[in-house]
Design a protein around this ligand. Sequence first.
Ligand SMILES: [Zn+2]
Length: 384
Amino acid sequence: MLRILDSTLREGEQTPGVYFDVHIKIAIADLLDSIGIDIIEAGHPVVTENIRQAVAGIAARNLSARVGAHARSIERDVDVALECGVGFLGIFYCVSDARLSHHSQSLPQAIDRISRVIRMARGKRPDLLIRYTPEDAVRSPYANVLTAATEAVRAGADIISIADTTGVMIPGSERNMFDYVSRLKDDLARRDLFPDIAVHCHNDRGLALANALDAFRAGASIIDATVLGLGERAGIVDLATLLAVLAHDFRVDRQWNLVRIPELYELVSRYARVPIPVNLPVTGKNAFTHCAGVHTQAAMKNPLHYQSLDPGVVGRHSEVSLDHMSGMAALMHCLEQIGEMEVDDDLAGKVLKKVKEVGETGRTVDLLELRYIVKYLREHRAAA
Ligand SMILES: [Zn+2]
């Protein structure tokens, strides 16, 4: 079964300038849980005392979601995480030759260390969900990743996460997630190992979502995402877009309470101090707004002419916005929406002229402003 891991509180907080207070983290975790997110990655507890408090505080809330902590392959990191009471532990360690030599480690030494830490965590908490992430997996030698993954699963890891740490994968090219995940699953299966495969896709090339879906198609069963796609550099997969696409276009055996998505985005945007881009799919202000004249006319007859995603999926609805591109059909539609069905042709012509004038200044006319325009022009017909 497909599971969604939200990392807004861990990866998201690695966005330059983003910090969430403990009480805000708890509010975000509660909303994620109400939406039906499976795993909430709450933070790396040894980094600061505030993060430790947040992880422990969220873990104590008895959420339906598994609450997770990040840990380096170090016993102390694991101990601190387990003391927080988490049900999920994400352990990471690099396996690329360049990074290993930087740490003055050989691959066997690294694998020994990873296995030892996983065995220790498994021994202390048999019910713990353990994920091992070979950092920068897709740019590391494949043989190293396979060996490390094999030994991690033998030591007790339930999940192997394929991290496209720098966003280099491109669907359909030689380096693509579909082939990578397929190959890893096959090679592990040949060794009688069947861990869940997770994917952590960075968005440096704007392809994080495409790569995550490519991995899902190959059998990855956990996808990482964050609210607003927050994260290091260009961030990772945007949670709302991922969920809307999965709910709308894929036959996934899952139900999410997506109508709470707008509330979650407002909350995270406000306290991360990162505005929601107006053209962001699903949650952006303009995501379901029709503006250009010819589009609006067609969209009013049938929204699907210029819209492929149902805004109702996230509790929103289509909107029409008026500007210099708007025609009479769009204006009449908007007049109807504000209860102005009795506007005669002469007044409608004057209103449309004014709307276009406003549009040329770079603003759009919403329904509230349309009321004021109609009122003004009705009262000042002669002057207009
Ligand atoms: Zn990351």
